[in-house]
Design a protein around this ligand. Structure first.
Ligand code: AMP
Length: 192
């Protein structure tokens, strides 16, 4: 199963990514987690990444693509991946697809988890107190939602136009969201 997870910040990508990875027995590749791991290393690149994460903007397409490709290579043996947080703009969608195809790891479907903005803000504030993420402050939350609208929302239409989009209501319970994704994937990607 090779799946992309698209959603605004706070819609439950991380939670669903982990659950789906467990369900299908494939790695959960979360670009935000990979970037935060870089920051932890405290290298020059890590410091530059932290500055961008703390601004709510996107890290460079080249850097993220390189990370994703390495993770996809590593995922090959497991037979697939749940890719969470990539692509974040249409350029990444096009270049990521070509790169994945070149190693035989092209995505089979894109899941879009939708949620209302008020609920997203509420969940991001809850997470801020639970996880202590530097990018879950009021200003950065606002900027991340704006970046999502301008950069990432067009990616949804990109996949809809290619007949690859599976839309799921992210306002349901965690269990209901997972069940709906699994049921819809069983219809659209039966060989998974
Ligand atoms: P996330 O954990 O998915 O909410 O991502 C946290 C932050 O990492 C985002 O606000 C971006 O700054 C950065 N990021 C994650 N994925 C990408 C990506 N595909 N392209 C560029 N920046 C990304």
């Amino acid at each position: 199963m090779r799946i992309l997870l698209l959603a605004p910040p706070g819609a439950g990508k991380g939670t669903q990514g982990k659950r789906l990875a467990e369900h299908y027995g494939v790695p959960h590749i979360a670009t935000g987690d990979l970037l935060r791991a870089h920051v932890e290393q405290g290298t020059d690149v890590g410091r530059e990444i932290k500055r961008i994460l703390d601004s709510g903007e996107l890290v460079s397409d080249d850097l993220v693509l390189a990370m994703v490709l390495t993770a996809m290579e590593d995922a090959r043996e497991a037979g697939g991946y749940i890719l969470d947080g990539y692509p974040r703009n249409v350029h990444q969608a096009i270049e990521g697809n070509a790169a994945a195809a070149s190693i035989g790891m092209q995505a089979q479907a894109a899941i879009y988890l939708s949620a209302e903005e008020g609920e997203l803000i509420r969940r991001l504030h809850v997470r801020a107190s639970e996880e202590d993420r530097d990018d879950d402050t009021d200003d950065v939350i606002h900027q991340r939602l704006e970046t999502y609208q301008t950069e990432t929302a067009p990616v949804i239409e990109h996949y809809r136009g290619r007949g690859m989009l599976i839309e799921v209501d992210g306002m349901q319970s965690i269990e209901q969201v997972t069940a709906e994704i699994v049921n819809k994937l069983a219809v659209s990607v039966p060989e998974g």
